[in-house]
Design a protein around this ligand. Sequence first.
Ligand code: ADP
Length: 610
Amino acid sequence: MAITRYAAVVALCFVAAFALSTVAQRLDNYAYDLMSARSRPDWEPQSVVVAIDEQTFEAKGGTRSMRPILSEALDELRAASPSLVAIDIILHDAGDPDEDARLERSLRATPNLIMPCEFVGQAWEDPLPRFAPSDPRRIGHVEWSTDRLDGVTRQIPLVHEEAHQQRWALSLVALSVARAQPISVSTASNDVTVGNLAIPVPGGKDRRPLLIRYLPYGRIPKISALDIDKRAGEIRGKAVFLGVTALSAARDRLVDTYGESISGVEAHALAFETLAHADFLVRARDYSVLLVSLVIAAAAGLIFGLLSGWPAYLLDAALLAFASYYLPVFLFHRGIVFPYTPPAAVAWLCSIGAGAYQYIFVRRQLERTESERSRYQQAIHWAAHEMRTPLTAIQGSSEIMTRYQLPHEKQSQLSEMIHSESKRLSRIIQTFLDVERLAEGQMELKRELFEAGDIVASCLKRVRPIADRKEIQMTLENPVEATLIGDRELMEYAFYNLLTNAVKYSPARTHVRVFCDSEDGGELRLSVQDEGMGMDSKELKSIFKKFYRTKRAEASGEVGTGIGLSIVEQIVTHHGGHIGVTSEPGKGSCFTIVMKAQVRASGNAKTTDR
Ligand code: ADP
């Protein structure tokens, strides 16, 4: 039962943590950016960015001269012999006829040229046919995916299929041209391939996203279009990405994972570098995230289920460190992007849940055993104390009898005493054994008929000497006219206990009343009412528990073990009856036993038993 409840707590924590983690994407992003920054790539760039920057526009007549600038840059680039030229300026509209004619010539003369396109609204914006490369595979799209939550661009879609046309990303087309190998999709693994390079990007709605590995800013040489001549050496043999970087003219700017604002053309160059160095990051699949989180939850559950104290805390600390640090970092270094929050949230919440549950459970258990042990010790003391009186009497009497020659009368008096005291002793032992066996359900109750009035009278008689000592008046308010079925000895023990308690927990010169009340349905209600210390409602809930004693009873100095009432309740319930109590602190208590009985019509005489 406890195990099921514990497992349920851990499972609940798991579900809560997992649900929470799915909405904590910002945290995942943050962790991703941090890990990216910690493991910046250190490659030798294979590309350069040729930038049409502010200076270029200033020197060449502003943005209106875009096409002449482009023509000039292409002509100069040709002389620098790059491995390819990828342009990030969409030439979708016609411009000045002379300028367009010149640009067309420059474009046609540029070897390994890659042109951009973009899907806008409902259609593809391709370069005008006069500008377009003769091979349509040399057109690549220039889109990227920006995270809606924080505006950071972490990936680009390698493919975009729209209006029945499939376009690969400009950077991927550039790689294909650089390697002189075609782009295809592996039927076996569904990876995108360029020759024998497999790019692990899953298909589906997300258009095969490639996570861009951002180099530290400035690692890819950025050459102003004005400086192509001067820096031709840096361009030779490199893949050139040619585009606008001037803030005033570039409409495509994005934020990288370091929080830097970069131009689109630089992002395409970085995507190209990621592909060229085959430094791929792959996002972990949803089911593996769920599986790992489940294992972590189970581990947290097992740690606190099987261990306790420091070993549990230490092992759990290791689990927390593993789930919220080592696991994502380790996997990141192996090219797997594992979302940060699910394992971390599951580890923390399940650890807190499991730890708290075990702490409370173990502490409660400990408290319970502690108090039971101390009460049990008290009970043993009490039993020893109860037995000592008859034992002393027996011992003393037998000693006197063996040592001295006593007159016959004295001798028979002493043997009578030994006899009655040993009977008392055996009754004490028998009662305890009976009650224990009763509690364990091992004993069949005797089923004899006896008069309720007889046991009441006998108990009143036995308690009278104790009451007399405190000058407590005991009255039987009305005669008890009912026959009960069951174990007479046990019922007498029960009633005797109520009477002795009433006397024990009442101050001197008070009044204890016994009255009975019977109903037509054959129910006998036997009550013992005192004017004693009473109990409050909280205490009333516990007095039938084994070994429980109220603070007032403890403080009164009356010896007790708190076992009597639990025995009384067991006896009464085993007889098919029940016991109730009403009480008020300082005013008194009234215990009532309700039993099935054969009730006879009764008179209302009042008897005083004093
Ligand atoms: P014991 O008398 O040995 O302590 P019992 O099981 O008979 O054990 O009673 C349990 C506790 O219930 C007592 O310790 C006392 O605190 C409280 N109690 C029982 N009867 C009375 C009573 N008549 N008045 C006040 N408190 C009572």
